[in-house]
Write a protein that binds this ligand. Structure first.
Ligand code: SAM
Length: 285
C-alpha cells in the first residue's frame, strides 16, 4: 500500500502528533509549511490552529487522499497542496515549517531550510535518531561532526522528543527523534562555502590534530591553488619564496590551533581559525 522508496511511514500515535504541534507554538495568524503530509494526520490538526497551511507532497495519490480528507470542511480553504519534490520546489512565504519526511532527504532538507529567505520562526522536524543527535551534538560528544558545526553556526537546535518505531505504520527500521530549530538572524557575515571547506578539512579525521589534517598533499595543493588565484585577482605578486606548507604552518601555530582537535573545538574556534587563514590570504573555496 505504501511506497517504500518515498519513506512512507504514517504517524499513528496522536500523542506524538500533538507533541509535535505543541512544540511548533502555532499562532492563528501563521502560515505553516508542511513537508510530506502523507495522509494528513499532522495536517488536519494544524489546520484547526492556523491561518494557512501549504503542504508539499511528492506522491500525487496521497495528495489526492489529503484533498478528500478536508473536502467540504471549513479547513479546506486554508489548505494548499503543492505536488512535487520539496527539494526542487520554490518555497512560498511561511512562518513555521513542520516535517515528518523520509530520512534519505534529511541533510538536503536541513540545508534548504538553512538557506531559506526571508526569515521564519522555527522548524519542527522528525529525523532518524542518530541524525537528530548529530544536529544537537556539542564539542566533545561522540556524535559531534561537521554537520553539527555547520548547522549550529546558523541555527539553535533542541532535541525535543524520542519517537519509537511503533508509533508509525508500517514501522521504519530505525528509531526517530523530533528536533526544533530556530534560525539565527541576521546570518553570520561569513562565506559559508569557506566555512564548510574548512570544516571538511578539520573533520576529515576528527580526532587527529588540526595540523595533521592540513598536512596532506590534497589540502596543501588546494590551498596553494586558491592562494595563487587570490593573488591574481588582487594583482599581487606571489612571493618568490612562497612555500605553502610553511605559510600554512605559520597560521596554524600562531593562531594556537595546530595541536587542537576538531572533535573538541566549538564554532567560535572554527571562525577564528578561518579568519586567521583568510588574513594570511588563504581561502577554502
Ligand atoms: N507526515 C505524514 C505523517 O506523519 O503521517 C507522512 C510521513 S511519511 C514518513 C513521509 C511523507 O513524505 C510521505 O507522504 C512521502 O510521500 C512524502 N515525501 C517523500 N519524499 C518527499 C519529497 N522529496 N518531497 C515531498 N514529500 C516527500
Amino acid at each position: 500500500l505504501f511506497n517504500k522508496e518515498l519513506g512512507q511511514h504514517i504517524l499513528k500515535n496522536p500523542l506524538v502528533v500533538n507533541g509535535i504541534i505543541d512544540k511548533a507554538n502555532l499562532k492563528p495568524t501563521d502560515t505553516v509549511l508542511e513537508v510530506g503530509p502523507g495522509t494528513g494526520n499532522l495536517t488536519v490538526k494544524m489546520l484547526e490552529k492556523v491561518k494557512k497551511l501549504i503542504a508539499v507532497e511528492m506522491d500525487p495519490r496521497l495528495a489526492a487522499e489529503l484533498t478528500k480528507r478536508v473536502q467540504g470542511k471549513p479547513e479546506q480553504r486554508k489548505l494548499e497542496i503543492l505536488v512535487g519534490d520539496f527539494l526542487k520546489v520554490d518555497l512560498p512565504y511561511f512562518d513555521v515549517c513542520v516535517s515528518n519526511t523520509p530520512y534519505q532527504i534529511s541533510a538536503p532538507l536541513v540545508m534548504k531550510l538553512l538557506k531559506h529567505e526571508p526569515p521564519f520562526r522555527c522548524a519542527v522536524l522528525m529525523f532518524q535518531r542518530e541524525f537528530a543527535l548529530r544536529l544537537v551534538a556539542k564539542p566533545g560528544d561522540n556524535l559531534y561532526c561537521r554537520l553539527s558545526a555547520y548547522v549550529q553556526l546558523l541555527a539553535r537546535v533542541d532535541h525535543i522528543m524520542k519517537v519509537g518505531k511503533n508509533n508509525f505504520r508500517p514501522p521504519p527500521q530505525v528509531e526517530s527523534s523530533v528536533v526544533r530549530m530556530e534560525f539565527r538572524y541576521p546570518r553570520p557575515n561569513i562565506n559559508l562555502d569557506e566555512y564548510d571547506g574548512l570544516l571538511r578539512i578539520v573533520f576529515s579525521r576528527r580526532n587527529k590534530t588540526i595540523a595533521a589534517n592540513f598536512k596532506t598533499s590534497t589540502v596543501m595543493s588546494m590551498l596553494e591553488r586558491n592562494y595563487k588565484t587570490f593573488c591574481a585577482v588582487r594583482n599581487i605578486d606571489v612571493p618568490m619564496n612562497f612555500n605553502v606548507k610553511e605559510a600554512m604552518n605559520e597560521v596554524l601555530v600562531s593562531s594556537g590551533y595546530a595541536e587542537k582537535r576538531a572533535a573538541k573545538l566549538d564554532i567560535d574556534d572554527y571562525l577564528k581559525l578561518l579568519c586567521a587563514f583568510n588574513d594570511a590570504g588563504f581561502h577554502f573555496s
